[in-house]
Design a protein around this ligand. Sequence first.
Ligand code: ATP
Ligand code: MG
Length: 773
Amino acid sequence: MENYLAELNDAQRAPVLQKDGPMIVIAGAGSGKTRVLTYRIAYLMSKGVDPFNILSLTFTNKAAREMKSRISKIVGSSEAKNLWMGTFHSIFAKILRFEADKLGYPSNFTIYDTQDSQRLISAIIKELGLDKDVYKYKQVYSKISSYKNSLITVKAYFQNGELQEADAMAKRPRLGEIYQHYVDRCFKAGAMDFDDLLLKTNELITRFPEVLAKYQNRFRYILVDEYQDTNHSQYLIVRALSDKFQNICVVGDDAQSIYAFRGANINNILNFQRDYDNVEMYRLEQNYRSTKNIVEAANSIIDKNKTKLEKVVWTANDEGPKIIVNRLLTDGEEGRYVASSIFENRMEHQMKNGDFAILYRTNAQSRAMEDALRKRDIPYRIFGGLSFYQRKEIKDVLSYLRLLVNPKDEEALKRVINYPARGIGATTMDKLVLAANHYKRSIFEVIDNISKIDLKINSGTRNKLTNFANMIKSFQVMAQKEDAFSVAEAIAKKTGLIQELKKDGTPEGIARIENIEELLNGIKDFVEEQKELADAEGSLAEFLEDVALATDMDKATEDEDRVALMTIHLAKGLEYPYVYIVGLEEDLFPSGMSMNTRSELEEERRLFYVALTRAEKKAYLTYTQSRYRWGKLIDAEPSRFIEEIDDQYKEYMIPQDDYKYKPLIDSDVFGEVDKSRLRQTKPKKGTPPLAHKPSEEQLRKLRKLRPESSANSAKASSEALKLETGQMVEHMRFGKGTIIGIEGVGQDKKAEIDFENGGLKKLLLRFAKLKLL
Ligand code: ATP
Ligand code: MG
C-alpha cells in the first residue's frame, strides 16, 4: 500500500479520515471532491471495513470504474472488486433483480430504454385513438417520467385533482389514462423503464421493512458524488438506506446543479444538515485542475448568481493564458475555427486529440463541428448521441436476446416478430395485441397458445407464428447450456438477420454487419471478463442489464485518441486541457426556453460555470453572427455570459468585418485558415502568412497522425494471434496492460493480461481488439 494519504491536502484529508457519522463536502469545481470520495473508500477498507458494506453512487459508470481502479491500486484489486459502485440506476437494478418477486416482477425483468418506452407510449396513444399531434409521445413520456421521479404513481395521479386539471388545461385530459396503460403494459411485459428503477426501489423499501433493514445492514457506509443533482426519488432512497448507521458522506457543489429540469432538487444539498444529526460540514477551497485565469473567470461568473452558498475557490496553478473569445459569421465558420485551432494547438503543444473537448448547449450543434473536424481528418467522438446499443441492427439482435431471456418483453417482440420478414403483418399484430389485452397475457403467450385461441387468423399465419415461437424456444434451450456469445452468434445467423443485411449489399448494409460483429465481439469480451469474476457467470441476463444501463459515456472506445464532443450536461465531473464552448449566443446559451425566470437563468449560468471549469489549460468561447434556428437564418447576439466574465480574464479575437476569406495555403492539408491568426499577424491583403506554412517535418508528423483506416482491422486481428508474453498492449476498454501469459493455440489462443485500469483479464486473441505498444 502506498502512502496515499499524502496525495491529499489537509482539507481533503479531514473528511477522508472521519470514519463514521454523516458528513457533507461542499466545494467548488476541481477541488478534489471526487478524489476525497475515492480515497475515503480506500481508507475505510484499510481500517477493516468490508468492501461488501460500502455503497458508492456516482454520476456515470465510467466514473465508478475509474474510482475503483484507483482504489484497486491502493488496497489491491481482489478486495476492490467487492465494492458496490455505480450509478443509482445500475446499483438499484441489481437490487431489484434480487427482490423482484416481492413486487410481482420476474427476476429477469427487461429494462426498457428511452426508445422502448417512447415506442410503447406512441402505440398506446394510437390504440386509444388519440390525436398524435396533441399527445406528442415524447412530451407524454417526459411528463410520465417526471411523475415517476416525484413518486406520483398512477393511483396518486388520479387522487390529485390539481395534476389532472393541469394536464386538462394543457389540452391533454387523457394523460392519466395513457399513464395507466403504460404502467400496466410495462408490468405485463415484465419490464421496468429507467424511472421505475428508482420508483420501484422506493416502493420496495417502503413496503417491505425487512428488505430495507437488510440493505441498511449491508450498506453501512454510503457515499454519493454529485449530490447536488440527486432528484427526490434518489434522495429518499439514500435517506432511507443510511438511516440506521448514518455513515453517509455526500459531496457536491451547489454551483454545479444543472439537472433541475429533470427534477434534481438543490434543496437536497441545502437540507442535508437538517436531515441527519451532528453533520460534519467540510469545505475544500484549492482547485487543482485549472489555471488561475480560468478559476478566477469562473468565480466572476458564478458571483452573478444570487442563490448560492458562499465559497472560496483558488489555485496555486500557473496564471495561464486568457480565455479566447471569437466571433464567427456562421456555424460553419465556427466549426472551421474550432477545428483549425485544435489542429494548431495539437501541433504547437504536442497534445493528443483526447486533450480537447468541444462543449455545446444542444445536441444539434454537433453537426457543424463534426463536418469541420472530418474535413481536417481530426478523429472525434460524440458522447450522448445515438449510442452504439441503440443502432437499429444492434437493437434487433439485442431484442432477440431480450425475448429469450424474458418472452413477455413486448417491445422486443414487436421489433423482431417480422424482422427479418416472415409474413407476420401489422393486422396480425393488432389482433395479437388485442387478444393479449383481452386475456391479460403477454403477446408471446398468446402466440405460443395460438392453436387454442379463437382468433381470426388464417392457418398459414398461425403456422408462421408457431414457427417463430418454436425458434425462440429453441434459443432458450440453447441459452441454458451455452454462454451468451454462442447464443448471440446463433441468433445472428439462424434468424436470417445477417443474410438480410448481406442481401442489401449497400455500404450501409455492410457497415451494419460490421456493427453486429462488433456486438458479438463485445459479448465475447463480456463472457470472458465475467468468467474471471467471482460472483458472475456471464449470463445473457447480466449482459443485457449492462447494455441497458450503459450510458454513452461508458462506451468501450473511451481511450481511443479522439476529440470529445458533448453537451455541457454530460461533461459534469470531467476535465480536459483545452475546452471549446461554442454557440455562446442569447437564446441558445442561455437557452431561449430558460430565460423566463431568475431561477432558470441561474441554472443556465451554473451550466456555463460547469462548462468553463472543465478546462485545465485554456478555454475558448465562440459565437456566430447568424445561425439557422427553426429553419430560419436569424441574427444572433453574443451571450450575456461572455460579457459577464471580467475583462481581465478574456481576450477578444474578432476577425475584421471586411475581411473576405480566401484560402491561402494548401487546403488539402490544412483545410481552411484560422482567421484569428490572420488578425494577429495583421496580413496585408494578398500576402500569404508564410509562417503558417507547414514545414516538411510538420507534414511528416501530420501524415503519421492520420487515423488508421478500418481496412487494417482484419490485419490487426491476425497480428493479435502473434502476441507474446511480456509485451505491452492496449485494449479499448481496459487500457494499457502487460501480457503475463499465453495459452491455447491458433484460433483459441488466449492471453492473460494485467491491465492498468481493469486488473487481470483473460482475453481470446481472435476477438480481443488489442494494440501492440
Ligand atoms: P468537479 O466539481 O468538477 O467534479 P472535483 O471537486 O470532483 O471536481 P476532482 O475531479 O476530484 O475535483 O479533482 C480535480 C483534479 O485535481 C483531478 O485531476 C485530481 O486528480 C486533481 N487533484 C485533486 N486533489 C489533488 C491533490 N491534493 N493533489 C494533486 N492533485 C489533486
Ligand atoms: Mg467530481
